[in-house]
Design a protein around this ligand. Structure first.
Ligand code: PFF
Length: 454
């Protein structure tokens, strides 16, 4: 029997929800993607634009996803159907579920690399990083088992359910993550020559801001907060009515932003201290940082710690990607959680195989496949699902909440549990952001991504 609202699981505590949702938001996006995007797009100037995007676009939109989820107590498809039954709007929920599967499939591949790198210091100490990276990610005998391992870890957590699985693990893993980050930051900022990195990262040169920087910052902000594919609808659906969505959502955005900023603090001082190039791109974490680790005292230990940390952050994100899909099957079909988790995990692993083979493992998936100006299966998947689909999902969901469900209903939901803290002009301002600012700005990013400007 499909689950009814009455027997649906809920988070056990406020902090449990905040840590689980922050765990979803904090991932490869913060620690790997944010620093390399900042490095490529002008350093501190990018950081400032990013912060403005989080505050003005992502935060108002995050409240809309949380309100929709808690109101319906359903997965993204069920949440939309509960409000507008029998209309094509349900397809937007379907898009969320599909996006979850497909992002998970290639995100799991990169997460597998992070796990593999935990052992790099032990198996290949001092091997030239660029060479090591290229051979490592091209080797099917390593990347495929690592993808499988990462899927199993994700399955293990999601199998446990909301309170006993996701919440319990997030409460342990997230504080460990924070402690490990401070260890690496301490090492990084105390290296001789670290000041140049701090200045690149913290002193903005406003002449560096242009259209591309703004669009990149916005896209990064959505990806980082796990917005546009119903992850926050799903996590919001396990929240009780007494919960203050604005305060909890605010904490999630705060933690996510703080971890992104701390990641920059971890990486840029070290990169500059070692005379490396901050605009190295996607290789920043996997190629430049290991060189940094190799060349510093206690580097083997710090490197291992760093990749444990990256794997933990990725795991709490893959858990949320899988939960979106699993909650759909648990709510809408006869499948049990156990069956859903194994079927979704197995299917995603299979879909992930071409991405695992897309860095040299197979010529077809690495070089021959080209689409939308992207080369290789993994890059194409990231472009379609990690950029295009998130922007489209966020656009349609902000229109759905703002115009179809209506901001009046959403405000009623947000006021529940807010202890009178969401009154006066605040709701009106929020409604204006959700109905006008968010869709217009998101439509601009969507158009820019779709037409290849970014
Ligand atoms: N927010 C995650 C990160 O920054 O790594 C990625 C992500 C997770 C995106 C979950 C979307 C999502 F639903």
């Amino acid at each position: 029997m499909a689950t009814t609202t009455a027997d649906r699981e809920q988070w056990g505590s406020r902090i449990g929800f905040i840590l689980a949702a922050a765990g979803s938001a904090i991932g490869l996006g913060n620690i790997w993607r944010f620093p390399f995007k900042a490095g490529e797009n002008g350093g501190a100037a990018f950081v400032i634009v990013y912060l403005v995007c989080i505050a003005l676009i992502c935060l108002p939109y995050l409240f809309a996803e949380l309100a929709l989820g808690r109101n319906s107590q359903k997965n993204p498809v069920g949440a939309i159907a509960a409000i507008k039954q029998g209309t094509p709007w349900k397809l937007v929920g379907g898009l969320c579920v599909l996006t979850g599967v497909f992002i998970l499939s290639y995100y799991g591949v990169v997460a597998g690399w992070a796990v593999g790198y935990i052992f790099k210091g032990a198996v290949a100490p001092g091997v030239e990083s660029g060479m090591f990276f290229e051979t490592f990610i091209a080797d099917p005998a390593r990347v495929i088992p690592l993808l499988g391992l990462f899927m199993l870890l994700t399955i293990g957590v999601v199998y446990g359910g909301v309170e006993q699985g996701i919440e319990r693990w997030a409460k342990v893993l997230m504080p460990i993550l924070l402690i490990l980050m401070f260890v690496v930051i301490f090492r990084s900022v105390t290296l001789p020559g670290a000041e140049a990195g701090l200045s690149f990262y913290l002193n903005p040169d406003f002449s560096k801001i242009n259209g591309t920087v703004i669009l990149e910052a916005l896209g990064q902000a959505f990806f980082s907060l796990s917005l546009g594919m119903g992850a926050m609808i799903t996590y919001g659906s396990y929240l009780p009515k007494r919960e203050n969505l604005l305060v909890s959502g605010g904490y999630v955005a705060l933690f996510d932003t703080a971890i992104a900023l701390l990641s920059g603090l971890m990486i840029f001082p070290a990169v500059f201290a070692m005379g490396q190039d901050p605009s190295e791109g996607a290789a920043l974490v996997f190629v430049v940082l290991p060189e940094v680790f190799d060349a510093m005292p206690l580097g083997g230990f710090v490197g291992t710690v760093f990749f444990i940390l990256l794997s933990i952050a990725a795991l709490t994100s893959t858990v949320s990607l899988m939960e979106v899909v699993v909650s759909y099957f648990v709510d809408e079909t006869q499948w049990s959680r156990a069956a859903s988790v194994w079927i979704v995990g197995g299917f995603t692993f299979a879909v992930g195989l071409p991405s695992a083979l897309a860095q040299g493992g197979s010529d077809l998936f690495t070089n021959q496949l080209q689409l939308f100006g992207q080369t290789g299966f993994l890059n194409i998947m990231d472009f379609i699902w990690g950029s295009l689909s998130l922007a489209l999902g966020a656009l349609l969901l902000s229109i759905f909440v703002g115009w179809v469900w209506g901001t009046g209903n959403a405000i009623d939901e947000l006021q529940q549990g807010a202890d009178g803290g969401f009154q006066g002009t605040l709701p009106t301002v929020w409604a204006a952001f959700l109905k006008y600012v968010c869709p217009i700005v998101i439509a601009v990013i969507f158009g820019a991504i779709a037409t290849g400007v970014i």
